[in-house]
Design a protein around this ligand. Sequence first.
Ligand SMILES: Nc1nc2c(ncn2[C@@H]2O[C@H](COP(=O)(O)OP(=O)(O)O)[C@@H](O)[C@H]2O)c(=O)[nH]1
Ligand SMILES: [Mg+2]
Length: 259
Amino acid sequence: MNAPSATHVVLIPSYNTGAKVYETVRDARRQWAPVWVVVDGSDDGTAEGLQSMAAEDPQLKVIVLPVNRGKGSAVLAGLQAAAEAGFTHALAMDSDGQHPADLIPAFMRASQQRPDAMILGRPVFDASAPLLRVRGRRISNGWTQLETLGAGIGDSLFGFRVYPVADLVAVMRRQPWMRRFDFDTEAVVRLAWRGVAPVNVDAPVKYLSAEEGGVSHFNYLRDNALLTWMHTRLVLEFLLRLPLLVLRRVRGLPPFQYR
Ligand SMILES: Nc1nc2c(ncn2[C@@H]2O[C@H](COP(=O)(O)OP(=O)(O)O)[C@@H](O)[C@H]2O)c(=O)[nH]1
Ligand SMILES: [Mg+2]
């Protein structure tokens, strides 16, 4: 592996995934340095397990949040620490083995070529993907296209992405949402509004069975309600922003110029 990056860090938010997180972290470390894990109030013993891994690996850092606050909060904690340490970009990936660690270098390269952009994984599903999640996704993607006036966001929900750190921290500081499962979608919409252009890159996604160690904390009722409320807020704000967005689109200003 090459020397540790001083600009690009891998950020892995983790909440009660059991042993899967160790595998995920090992896979990520094989591809990149440094890798940071944010333990989001897990009570499954993984905070301790990860800390002992980090004791033997200077390129692995573990941030432990004492209480569970949600994925967005965990990512934000990691982003703030990354900004303080001088990193300009962070690749976020899930801790549960669903995301392709072997694509980390390619995503980082894409980001180094386009530091102004966000590099978004576009999920390539296999037969393991639950139909309900795939369909729900299409709805969310349709709303996202509208909310960004067709800025070209390939997928609104997939969390395997490289973000410009300062832009995302600025966006998140300004409002109280985006702290749980509303993070992934609201992040891309608000970054696009800010003028951060999307670059879409295909990435395979796996849905692991319970026997394979698959864990998800996505709750259909609670989280679909949260996502519906999120799109309601975003559409209302979109209407206010519409005149400016139209102007930017007509003039070919970011996020529209790179389509
Ligand atoms: N569900 C959930 N995930 C969290 C939380 N904090 C961090 N995460 C991480 O966010 C990622 C996505 O969560 P997951 O439950 O796998 O959602 P799914 O992949 O959409 O089914 C995983 O890496 C989690 O470990 C949290 O409070 N709730
Ligand atoms: Mg998952």
